[in-house]
Write a protein that binds this ligand. Structure first.
Ligand SMILES: Cc1cc2nc3c(=O)[nH]c(=O)nc-3n(C[C@H](O)[C@H](O)[C@H](O)COP(=O)(O)OP(=O)(O)OC[C@H]3O[C@@H](n4cnc5c(N)ncnc54)[C@H](O)[C@@H]3O)c2cc1C
Length: 467
């Protein structure tokens, strides 16, 4: 179909992706959306207008040629499509599932002006899954160089650096503190959103390309950055910002209060979600209150429900429109029966006689006009204190950088909040031959932005190595 004909066509709604029914899916950790069939993906792909200036590509932090791969899909060339995606993105099965597409590629899609934007994430997910089922397309590798790259942390930023540098012919070693590689993709995001075997398959592709992954290596403790610089020509730090943040209110040290990272790590990485098959149970709580409105809060709440909680609430101090979580996750949480207690902020956590959580005192909020950050500021409504009974409180209000590396690395500058200071054009830190990106560089905090940082750092490292 020619471009002109497509443009004259009335708005066609997005091809829906089948999902498991809420009452069925809350009983287990199986994935919620079921993916497209080859027929459905082509039906969705032909909706693309094929715009000349490709706004979807500019909307993607790693510059995927979205219109290009979608065109190949519309022609049934799934191998060609995945090849094009993988030129820019080594984790397409991950980003197809968890990217905030509504703010990025799909947010820039012209179709979205009059109706549903193109389902670019759904199409990306299809081609990535199709590759896994039909044979992996490994990119070509440049001839071996004698240069060596050390990568600290195996989240999306570190994995991107590792992929880019191994393809350029360098030796690459990843040092990971935990016993499994993948960062938040493994310990944070639950199975029902991002199955672990999918992350493992993407990481194994890197191993097949020659990347060495050393787990149980806490850099700053097992080895320092200065020691890594004696082994490697350049070092990239992508250690995330996983130290938990708390609210600083009374009762946060009671039994039954978790940081979301601890709760999710126990379920995901320690495999409590597979008890009794794995002998690592946890007490999920019966009446669970989750504080926060982002993806982490949605993941913690939906995990609690699946682990057996009877009532799960999300407490958020702004309204639904301001929630930073992906729209799909908010919808899924609501469908599954999570109670959204909006415009409420916790004042204190209350204890029973044994020092266990018994409830939370909440205060109603109203929203003032947007502040400099562009977000509407919540203001407490005095006299509206009330109590929500709960036996478990999960705090999901963000994370902080862990100071281990900064404290043990002379010459590595951090800002007032502990994030590494980097030059945004190159991701170079204040220390020679050391680069950093992703959440530890304090910008963005999502998977594709972390990957974008990794891409920039890899480019700058290559320039240094070939100077
Ligand atoms: C529960 C949850 C859900 C999320 N959902 C989404 C989503 O749906 N979409 C989205 O785009 N983003 C989401 N995010 C955010 C996203 O996952 C992060 O922005 C992204 O993973 C950051 O990548 P990174 O490479 O900076 O580091 P991380 O993914 O944080 O990985 C850092 C790695 O470094 C390791 N490490 C730390 N210190 C050391 C050390 N000293 N030595 C060696 N290794 C170390 C850690 O163990 C970890 O494996 C979510 C985050 C969480 C916590």
């Amino acid at each position: 179909m020619g471009n002109d004909l497509r443009k004259k066509r009335p708005a066609v709604p997005r091809t829906p992706m089948l999902e498991r029914r809420p009452e069925e899916r809350v009983k287990d950790f199986g994935e919620v959306p079921l993916g497209y069939s080859p027929e459905e993906v082509k039906l969705e792909a032909v909706r693309c207008l094929g715009c000349k200036n490709k706004p979807c590509k500019s909307g993607c932090p790693v510059g995927i040629d979205c219109a290009g791969f979608v065109k190949r899909v519309s022609e049934g060339d799934f191998t060609g499509a995945i090849k094009l995606v993988k030129e820019k993105n080594i984790l397409p099965a991950v980003t197809g599932r968890v990217c905030p597409q509504t703010e990025q590629c799909e947010g820039s899609c012209i179709l979205g002006k009059k109706g549903d934007p193109l389902g670019i994430g759904f199409i990306e997910r299809f081609v990535a899954d199709w590759e896994r089922e039909h044979g992996e397309v490994l990119p070509d590798k440049a001839p071996a160089t004698s240069r060596s790259v050390g990568v600290v942390g195996s989240g999306p930023s570190g994995l991107t650096v590792a992929a880019d540098m191994i393809l350029l012919g360098h030796e690459v070693t990843i040092y990971e503190a935990l016993h499994e590689a993948g960062g938040v993709l493994i310990y944070g995001i639950p199975e029902f959103r991002l199955p672990k075997d999918i992350v493992a398959a993407q990481i194994n592709s890197l191993r097949r390309l020659g990347v060495v992954i050393k787990v149980n290596q806490v850099i700053g403790s097992t080895l320092t950055i200065d020691e890594l610089l004696t082994i490697h020509d350049v070092v990239f730090i992508g250690v995330g910002a996983g130290a938990p943040a708390f609210m600083g209110i009374s009762g946060e040290n009671l039994i039954g209060v978790f940081s979301a990272n601890e709760y999710l790590t126990r379920s995901n990485l320690m495999r409590a979600y597979r008890f009794p098959e794995w002998d690592t149970p946890m007490n999920p709580g019966k009446r669970v209150a989750v504080i926060g409105g982002g993806n982490v809060a949605m993941d913690a709440a939906r995990t609690a429900l699946r682990l057996g909680a009877e009532e799960v609430s999300i407490i958020y101090r702004r309204s639904r429109e301001e929630m930073p979580a992906r729209a799909e996750e908010i919808r899924h949480a609501g469908e599954e029966g999570i109670v959204m207690r909006l415009l409420k902020a916790p004042r204190q956590i209350l204890a029973d006689s044994s020092g266990h959580v018994a409830g939370i005192e909440l205060l109603d909020m109203v929203l003032a006009d947007a502040d400099a950050s562009g977000r509407r500021r919540p203001i407490p409504k005095e006299g509206t204190e009330h109590i929500l009974e709960a036996d478990t409180v999960i705090v999901a209000i963000g994370g902080h950088p862990n100071p281990t590396i900064a404290r043990t690395t002379p010459g590595l500058d951090v800002d007032s909040r502990g994030y590494l200071v980097v030059d945004r054009q190159t991701m170079a830190t204040s220390k020679a031959r050391v680069y950093a990106g992703g959440d530890i560089a304090g910008w963005g905090a999502n998977v594709i932005k972390a990957m974008g940082d990794g891409r920039i750092a890899a480019g700058a490292m290559q320039e240094l190595l070939t100077r």
